[in-house]
Design a protein around this ligand. Structure first.
Ligand code: DX5
Ligand code: ZN
Length: 229
């Protein structure tokens, strides 16, 4: 996983056919996805339940590129090893998920994965400054986590401040929630390089008719690249 700041589109399989994850992952990759984003929810940290490390391990062979696992669970630490073993390239934990985020990030890197730090929309950047040397990615949530298809929250000022804090460090800025061809330029202009999109990628397509996935990914990418700062 070489670092660069080019725009990367990461479809969230939260919006895919849950009975057909393997084929859905392969379809979005064939249609131009750079990463595959996997949303793990526990019904405790967020008010929704999805799946766990066994599902991640099952879909791993169907993903050629980066498997980007977003943990919306608390506690996190007891499950890091299992998600690393499932083949996650990036494991992202929430700053709000527990009292010991420093330990959590250490454990993710210790398990051999890239470490991501996610921030809810209401969380400020104050604590992030102390964690920058421990992270490979900061995920700025532009919806409150738990569900796909929510309305985008414009946090451009926060993204710009984060971009300035990061400076030359090899840290991705990922945006998660409500990304569409209309909102992508806002976040790309502010400094984001990884754009998660669920509804906006999967709408109109299916594994038997995947061309709309390609058109949707291309539209988000084109809008973001034209605006990237
Ligand atoms: C929200 C998830 C997101 C979500 C994005 O809790 O982390 O990844 O699936 O979905 P859309 O793109 O539909 O907002
Ligand atoms: Zn996510």
């Amino acid at each position: 996983m070489a670092f660069d700041r080019s725009i990367k589109i990461a479809p969230s399989i939260l919006a895919a056919d849950f009975a057909n994850f393997g084929a859905e992952c392969a379809a979005v990759e064939a249609q131009g996805a750079d990463w595959v984003h996997v949303d793990v929810m526990d019904g405790h940290f967020v008010p929704n339940i999805t799946f766990g490390p066994a599902t991640c391990a099952a879909i791993r062979p169907h993903i050629k590129g980066v498997m980007d696992v977003h943990l919306m669970i608390a506690p996190v630490d007891p499950y890091i090893e299992a998600f690393a073993q499932s083949g996650a390239d990036v494991i992202t934990a929430h700053l709000e998920a527990g009292p010991h985020i420093h330990r959590t990030l250490q454990a993710i890197r210790g398990a051999g994965a890239k470490a991501g730090l996610a921030l809810n929309p209401g969380t400020g950047l104050g604590d992030v400054a102390h964690l920058l040397d421990m992270v490979d990615l900061v995920c700025v949530m532009t919806v409150n986590p738990g569900f796909g298809g929510q309305k985008f929250i414009d946090l451009s000022a926060k993204i710009r401040d984060l971009r300035a804090m990061i400076g030359d460090r090899p840290i991705h800025i990922e945006i998660d929630g409500g990304v569409t061809p209309t909102t992508a330029p806002l976040v790309a202009a502010a400094g984001a390089d990884v754009l998660v999109a669920g509804s906006a990628v999967f709408k109109g397509g299916s594994v038997s008719d995947p061309a709309p996935y390609g058109a949707n990914i291309a539209a988000i990418r084109a809008a973001a690249e034209a605006a990237q700062s």
